[in-house]
Every structure is written in structure tokens, then in C-alpha cells.
Design a protein around this ligand. Structure first.
Ligand SMILES: Cc1cc2nc3c(=O)[nH]c(=O)nc-3n(C[C@H](O)[C@H](O)[C@H](O)COP(=O)(O)OP(=O)(O)OC[C@H]3O[C@@H](n4cnc5c(N)ncnc54)[C@H](O)[C@@H]3O)c2cc1C
Length: 482
């Protein structure tokens, strides 16, 4: 059933990242009257680019890929007049002094380890696989998951320290749900096939679902020549063309209710306080933020749960280099440095003007308020020193250095996070016309295409008149909204 009164219905969307702005586009297409409230002065959230002196910097590597045909169609429609590159993903890892394809292939792992450690690794891998097959072990933590899939020796060499560096907590404190749904496993059959069967040319433009839709086998990646900001900017143009409104610098203060129905929003823009009524309110901001805005009494356990859902922040050192190219990959991982990886967006498709310059992005994951977050320039200097040591750049080639930061980069799936989310989900089920969705709104580790899909599914759900939060749709078994 289509909602015949769509034209009269007003929707507020809080947060103009990929999820929020795409939901706005889809709702406007269905005839809704949409206002988007964004606290910053740009759309795109963590998925946009920060422009400095004409150069586009992103929060780490941002490439578009998707397993959904309709989302790829949307991407192409948005890019109708914007050139973009379609390439094969080329990630590498600097390992034992040499660059290898990332993730590491078994043969390279064995070469690097030497004979004795390889044998130990092989035994430990087989022992773990056997135990798992016989049901003699369980995944209680991410550490268990790694050991059960890769063996204890492999886990200690490859995953233990890297996981701690990225997530800031020990793998024993990380939920196995994360590893299970977001990390591809080693399949012996697949490894043997890779060794024996020559790779066929890829014709499929979308991803293969692989083990899990949230960690697909990527066939092609897409990247706009001007930078990833173009994607959300084009969606924003669609919203504005069709009469939608995006309010920048919006300070949303409170959501007012009548019984369990969200009725209006108190907000201020440039110091002017206002209240507006809406039929539906969609939040795409972090859960702690939206729960705080709900103008009703909140159960203690819900407040506590939202406070214990922590994010890992990101600091990116962005360097402009006076040479056409720095690395021979799109992304280069390092497991022996304090930073995680180096990205050269030019190798993804970014056009840098002049072409004799390039841009590189070097990421640190950190916590808001720690030394990396507070003293990011110091870490930018560390990056420069390390890249000089690696002979990737020289001091003279550096034209400028900047740092950019985002507080809610990665949701930390710590042990017990799923129970915390459950109590929040139950709380939101009370409110038929208030939805929380997206990477922040669901505290979920997803890519842009899934965020776009979530916005689209939610728009259709509202339009189908399913206002009572019955039969909430899912993607790969995970709910699209609470
Ligand atoms: C390092 C890194 C690399 C990534 N690489 C890729 C990749 O290669 N490919 C890919 O597809 N995806 C990638 N992703 C994931 C992708 O960027 C995100 O999933 C997506 O951009 C999240 O969009 P969102 O709208 O859900 O959240 P966000 O982008 O966080 O948007 C939330 C918005 O809400 C606004 N907001 C917050 N609080 C308030 C408030 N109180 N009032 C109003 N507005 C508010 C924020 O300013 C922001 O604009 C990457 C993510 C990271 C961190």
C-alpha cells in the first residue's frame, strides 16, 4: 500500500551523512516534504572529503563498491555528468621489507615466516580447524574466533597486535560478532583454487556476497575524479532540486513527544531558536546523541547502555607531495608502525591539479582526548619521518601537511555490546514514528553502499504505511533501523 498523503507528510532527518542525505533523496522522490538538520557546514559525514587549498582529503581510503544493483544504478545516475574511475582493488602490505598483495596470500605468509615457524603455523592451523569442526571449541571473544580460524601461532603473529592497535582494546575484550561478520575467513578449498586455477576476467560490476554481505568479495571499485565528496554532494543537489531543505550548523536541542509519538523538534541555527512539527523523525547521529535529545524520561539502563557504546576516533595525516606518485598501490598497510595504512587517492582515480603533485593519507585510530587526538601535528611529523625512512618521500618533496579528525569513525564491538544494543532497540520500539539508522544510528560497521541502502529501505518502509515498526526489514540479518 502506498502512502497517498505523502505530499502532505513532513519528515525531519537529523545528520546529513551518506545515510541521512540518501534517505532524504528517496523520501523526496516519494513525495515527502523533507528537512535535513546537520550540525556541520557540509553534507557527507565521515564519507566526504575535506578541501584544503584545492586538494581533497578523505578520512582514510574511501572507495565505492556494492553488492546491490539498485545502489550501483543510483551511483551511476548521480555521476551522470561527473567523471569517475572504475578499477580493481589494489591493496598491499609491507611485510618483511617487501610489498605483497593484501590480504596476504598463504604462499607469501609461508615465505616470510621461514621453514620452522611455517610448520608450527600449519600444525596450529590444522589443530584449530579440527577442534572447530568437532565442536570442541567456542567463539566467546574475538581472540577465540581468530585462534579457531587461523591457529594460535598465526593469530599471535598476524592479528593480535594489529587488532589492538586499530581497536584500542585487547581482542579478548572484543566481541566475536565483529570478526564473524566483518572479516573474511581462510577457506582451504578457496586457497587451493587460487593456487591452481588462473583468475578469470571479472565481468560482474557489483560485489560477490562472499561469506557475508558486510564483508563482500569486491569486484570493482568506483571513485569520482574530483574526490568522494562528489557522491553526497550530488545526492544533496537532488534533495535541493526537489524542494528539500538542508539546514547547516543546526543545533538540535530536543525532540518533543505527544504520548509515544515524536511531534516536533526544538533547534537553533545561528543562535535563532525554533520549533517545527513533523510526521516522522529519522536520526542518523550516534545513539548516545539521539537518546539525549528524546524529551521523555529515559530508563537508566538505556542511558548507561548508550554511554558504554564507545567509538574509535580517527586522525588522518594528509600530505601534499611534489611528485606524481608515491606508492604502487591504492592502499599500503604497515603492521610495524604506529599508523595503520597509507592511501594514495590518485591511484583510486582522484585527479590532482597539477598532475605533478599527489596526495597521501595516513591514518591513526585513537580515542578522543588521547595524545594522538590532542597532538595530531606531532603524529603528522612522525608520519613524515617514517615515510622518509621508507624512502617513499623526501623532506623537500613535502608541499604541505594537514591533519583531519572524526570522532565517531569506528563502532567498537566490545564484549556485551549486543545486549546494550538490544536494550536500546527495545526502547526505540516504543516510538512508532522515530527511527534511528545508519552507521552511527545503529552502531554498526558498514560501508557507504549499505548506508545508502538503509536510507532507501527506510523511505520505502515509511511510504508503505508500516508506521508501527512491525516486520523491520534487514540487510544480511541485521535490522535496517530501530
Ligand atoms: C577510515 C574509514 C574508511 C572507510 N572506507 C570506506 C570505503 O572505502 N568504502 C565505503 O563504502 N565505506 C567506507 N567507510 C564507511 C563509510 O564512510 C560510512 O559507513 C558512512 O560514511 C557512514 O555514513 P552515516 O551517514 O551513517 O554516518 P556519518 O557519516 O557519521 O554521518 C552522521 C552525520 O550526522 C552529523 N551529526 C552528528 N551529530 C549531530 C547532531 N547532534 N545534530 C546534527 N547532525 C549531527 C555528522 O556531522 C554527520 O554528518 C569508511 C569509514 C571509515 C571511518
Amino acid at each position: 500500500m502506498n502512502n497517498q498523503d505523502a505530499a502532505k507528510k513532513k519528515v525531519a532527518i537529523i545528520g546529513a551523512g551518506v545515510t541521512g542525505i540518501n534517505a532524504a533523496w528517496k523520501l523526496i522522490d516519494l513525495g515527502y516534504d523533507v528537512d535535513v538538520f546537520e550540525k556541520r557546514d557540509v553534507v557527507g559525514g565521515v564519507g566526504t572529503s575535506v578541501m584544503k587549498n584545492g586538494y581533497a582529503f578523505e578520512y582514510g581510503p574511501h572507495l565505492f563498491h556494492t553488492a546491490f544493483d539498485d545502489i550501483l544504478d543510483d551511483f551511476k545516475e548521480l555521476m551522470k555528468n561527473e567523471p569517475y574511475e572504475k578499477t580493481i582493488l589494489d591493496r598491499q602490505i609491507k611485510y618483511m621489507g617487501k610489498n605483497y598483495k593484501y590480504p596476504l596470500k598463504l604462499i607469501n605468509v609461508l615465505k616470510g615466516l621461514g621453514f620452522l615457524t611455517s610448520i608450527k603455523c600449519g600444525f596450529s592451523f590444522s589443530y584449530s580447524h579440527l577442534k572447530l569442526k568437532l565442536g570442541l571449541t567456542r567463539d566467546n571473544t574475538a581472540e577465540d574466533w581468530f585462534i579457531n580460524r587461523f591457529g594460535k601461532v598465526g593469530y599471535e603473529i598476524y592479528f593480535k597486535d594489529y587488532t589492538k592497535k586499530v581497536w584500542g582494546i585487547d581482542p579478548t575484550d572484543l566481541s566475536p560478532i565483529f570478526t564473524n561478520s566483518r572479516i573474511p575467513t581462510i577457506s582451504i578449498r578457496k586457497m587451493i583454487k587460487e593456487l591452481l586455477v588462473p583468475k578469470k576476467t571479472i565481468i560482474k560490476e557489483t560485489d560477490n556476497e562472499g561469506d557475508h554481505i558486510y564483508a563482500p568479495d569486491i569486484n570493482y571499485i568506483y571513485y569520482p575524479h574530483k574526490g568522494m565528496w562528489v557522491l553526497t554532494d550530488k545526492i544533496k543537489d537532488k534533495v535541493l532540486e526537489k524542494g528539500g531543505r538542508v539546514h547547516y550548523g543546526a543545533d538540535v536541542k530536543k525532540i518533543n513527544f505527544q504520548d509515544s509519538f515524536a511531534k516536533s523538534i526544538d533547534f537553533s541555527i545561528k543562535g535563532v531558536e525554533q520549533t517545527q512539527e513533523f510526521d516522522y523523525i529519522i536520526s542518523t547521529i550516534p545513539l548516545k546523541g539521539i537518546i539525549h535529545l528524546i524529551g521523555l524520561e529515559k530508563p537508566e539502563d538505556v542511558i548507561e547502555a548508550s554511554e558504554r557504546l564507545k567509538h574509535r576516533a580517527i586522525v588522518v595525516a594528509c600530505l601534499v607531495i611534489n611528485k606524481p606518485k608515491v606508492i604502487d598501490a591504492q592502499v599500503l598497510y604497515f603492521n610495524d608502525k604506529n599508523f595503520n595504512r597509507v592511501t594514495e587517492p590518485k591511484n583510486l582515480g582522484l585527479k590532482v591539479d597539477p598532475d605533478s603533485h599527489t596526495v597521501i593519507l595516513v591514518e591513526f585510530t585513537c580515542d578522543v582526548g588521547d595524545d594522538v587526538w590532542n597532538n595530531s601535528e606531532k603524529y603528522s611529523d612522525y608520519v613524515i619521518d617514517e615515510l622518509i625512512k621508507e624512502k617513499l618521500i623526501t623532506k623537500e618533496e613535502i608541499l604541505s601537511a594537514h591533519t583531519i579528525k572524526y570522532p565517531h569513525a569506528y563502532p567498537i564491538y566490545s564484549i556485551g555490546y549486543e545486549q546494550r544494543l538490544k536494550s536500546i532497540e527495545k526502547f526505540f520500539s516504543r516510538f512508532p514514528n522515530l527511527y534511528t539508522t545508519g552507521r552511527q544510528g545503529l552502531f554498526t560497521y558498514v560501508d557507504k553502499d549499505i548506508c545508502m541502502k538503509m536510507g532507501k529501505i527506510l523511505a520505502d518502509y515509511i511510504n508503505d504505511g508500516n508506521d508501527m515498526k512491525q516486520d523491520i526489514p534487514d540487510i544480511g540479518g541485521e535490522k535496517v533501523f530501530f
